[in-house]
Design a protein around this ligand. Structure first.
Ligand code: AMP
Ligand code: MG
Length: 326
C-alpha cells in the first residue's frame, strides 16, 4: 500500500464523496437485503450478534484478538461468533447474524487487498446439518445475491455488470490435498498441514473463472471447533469457498465438534488452554446438538461483486492494519 493510499484513508471524509463509492454502498445495501430475503425464505431466523464476551474464535491465522477490561474480567471483542452460534442452535436450529468482527491483522495484510481489521460476516449455523447441505445453501445464496444485484443495480454496477456472471452450480470441489497439488504444479510450494498462504490462495483464485470449494483441511491448519473426519483421521470436515479472478477466500465453514471430551483434546492439541473457555466447555458438558455452518465476509463479497481492487473501498469507514483512519 502506498503512502498516498494511507493518507487517502485518513481523509475518508473527503474521498467518501466520490460517486464510485456511493454506487458501491448502494450495491452493498442490495447484497445485504437479498441475503436476508434468501435466508428467511430458507427458514432462518436473524439474531443479534454478540460484540464482546469472555471468549471468542481463536482460529484467526496470525491476527491478534482485542481484550477489554469488563469490570475487572478480561473480555474479548468478537473475532467471530462461532462459539455463540453453537449456543443458540439449541433453541433456534437455523440462525444467522450480520456479525461485526475485530481482528488486529498482521501489518503485511495491507498488501493482500482483502484484509480489514474491522469487518462483518453473515454468519450462519444449522443444527444437525452436514457440510454438503450448508455448502449447497452457500452456492444457492451466492447465485441468488448475484442475480438480484444484477437485476436491481444495473446502473450502479456499470461496466462490471458485463463481466459479473451468475455462477454455474454445482461449484467445483477440490480437497485441500488436490489444491496443494495444483499449486505445486503452478510452481508454488505449500507446506502440507499448513494454511494455504495468501499469495497462493490468490494465484489459485486467479486461475479460475468460477467460484470453487476447497474441502477437508488438515487438522493442524485450523481451529479446534471443526469436526475431525471419522474415516480419515487428521482431516477435518470443513471447507472454504474461493472467489474466482484473484479475489480469494469468500467463506470458511464446516461441521462443528460438539463432544466435550473430543473438544478438550483438540484444544490442547491446538495450543489452547481449556481453562480459558469456561462457559463454552460447561455448555458442551450440558450437551448441544451437532451443527454445521459458515461465515461469508460482507466486504469481500462486495469487493468481488463490484470488481474492486481494494477491500477498503467496500466499506464506508475502513480500518486497515496499521492505518489510524476515522
Ligand atoms: P475466517 O473465520 O477467518 O475464515 O473468516 C470468515 C470469513 O470472514 C472469511 O471467509 C472472509 O470472507 C471474512 N474475513 C476474515 N478475515 C477478514 C479480514 N481480515 N478482512 C475482511 N474479511 C475477512
Ligand atoms: Mg477462513
Amino acid at each position: 500500500m502506498s503512502c498516498d493510499a494511507f493518507e487517502t484513508l485518513k481523509k475518508r471524509y473527503l474521498t467518501l464523496r466520490d460517486n464510485g463509492l456511493a454506487n458501491t454502498f448502494k450495491i452493498q445495501d442490495a447484497i445485504i437485503s437479498s441475503i436476508r430475503v434468501f435466508l428467511k425464505s430458507e427458514g432462518f431466523t436473524e439474531i443479534l450478534a454478540p460484540i464482546i464476551g469472555p471468549v471468542t474464535d481463536p482460529g484467526i491465522r496470525g491476527a491478534k484478538q482485542v481484550t477489554i477490561d469488563y469490570y475487572g474480567v478480561p473480555f474479548k471483542v468478537m473475532s467471530s461468533m462461532i462459539l455463540y452460534k453453537q449456543m443458540i442452535i439449541a433453541s433456534l436450529p437455523k440462525v444467522f447474524a450480520l456479525s461485526p468482527n475485530i481482528r488486529l491483522e498482521p501489518l503485511e495484510t495491507v498488501k493482500t487487498r482483502r484484509h480489514l481489521t474491522e469487518f462483518r460476516q453473515i454468519d450462519l449455523e444449522v443444527a444437525y446439518a452436514t457440510c454438503e447441505e450448508v455448502m449447497e445453501l452457500g452456492e444457492n445464496m451466492l447465485c441468488h445475491v448475484i442475480r438480484e444485484v444484477k437485476r436491481k443495480c444495473c446502473e450502479e454496477l456499470g461496466e462490471r455488470g458485463k463481466s459479473l456472471k451468475v455462477p454455474r452450480k454445482p461449484f467445483k470441489k477440490y480437497t485441500y490435498n488436490e489444491a496443494v497439488e495444483i499449486l505445486k504444479n503452478m510452481g508454488m510450494h505449500v507446506e502440507y498441514g499448513e494454511e494455504i498462504p495468501w499469495e497462493a490462495e490468490e494465484a489459485l483464485s486467479k486461475a479460475h473463472s468460477e467460484p470453487f470449494w476447497i474441502t477437508n483441511y488438515p487438522i493442524t491448519a485450523r481451529g479446534f471447533y471443526y469436526m475431525e473426519n471419522e474415516r480419515k483421521p487428521e482431516v477435518l470436515e470443513d471447507f472454504d469457498l474461493i472467489y474466482p479472478e484473484g479475489f480469494g477466500e469468500a467463506v470458511s465453514g464446516g461441521k462443528r465438534e460438539h463432544r466435550y471430551e473430543r473438544l478438550v483434546e483438540r484444544m490442547w492439541r491446538s495450543g489452547e488452554n481449556p481453562s480459558d473457555y469456561g462457559w463454552y466447555l460447561d455448555m458442551l458438558k450440558a450437551g448441544i446438538p451437532p451443527s454445521a455452518g459458515f461465515g461469508i465476509g460482507v466486504e469481500r463479497l462486495t469487493r468481488f461483486i463490484c470488481g474492486l481492487e481494494n477491500i477498503w473501498d467496500a466499506v464506508p469507514f475502513p480500518k486497515v492494519a496499521g492505518v489510524p483512519s476515522p
